[in-house]
Design a protein around this ligand. Sequence first.
Ligand code: HEC
Length: 246
Amino acid sequence: MLNRQFNNRLATAAAFSAVAILGLSLSALSGRASDDRDRDRDDRNDEDRKILIGFREAPVTLNLVRKNRNLVGLGSYIVNVMSDCNGCHSMDPATEFTGNPYLFAPPSLTVRQTKKINPATYLGGGRDFGPFPAPDKSPLHIYSRNLTPDNTGKPEGGHSFSDFTVIMRTGHDFDKIHPTCPPNSAQTATCVPYPFDGSRLQIMPWSVYQDMTEHDLRAIYEFLSAIPCIDTVVEGQKHLRNTCPK
Ligand code: HEC
């Protein structure tokens, strides 16, 4: 008798806790679902804000014909607000800005410092990073590349999106501007000495950008397709030239 009572109690307790556990996990599940919904909504709002800021901060007139507008805006946000591509891919620090934010201005926490990017050199490349890898003596100079679209409408020298993905994920240099110097020979103005890998872009921070999502890379590519073409002329650097639409 005692035994049966005990068993009954045990069964009731077990049933009770089963219900409790089921209830708990159901509420956890529905909690998770609403968290997910909140997060999805927040992500969408966040991306909408980035697109708005991207269009506000684009320093040039954008050609939106046959472009995905949202991708262009997001790409502008990544390029101009987060990644400072133009900090390296414009010709010279002296001509990067027409309103230089690094100059003295009336001190104020509420007024934004003047910043105006020079459209004439915007993402046209041609910045000389000096002798590489030995700062004072290497005969090779590394120049940032021209990222503006050519007359095919494709950015950075007519590269396809799949090439662009390879560049951003691996630093592969499709243009082979500076292969690795042959073994046991002195460095020349067109090669990179071992152990530097001349088939990869040097200085360009692809090792940072390599983990960007495909969506972000698409956005950058779409933005770079929408900026004006620049034909960049630097002596001895023919690869910076660009055939712009007439
Ligand atoms: C720290 C300077 C720096 C920054 C920042 C930078 N780049 Fe570069 N990038 C370079 C240099 C320098 C090269 C050429 C390297 C070489 O010749 O080895 C290059 C090359 C490239 C190339 C190869 C172009 C071609 O024709 O093959 C692409 C594409 C590129 N950069 C895109 C970008 C994008 C997009 C951003 C911003 C998200 C960016 N870069 C930011 C310095 C930079």
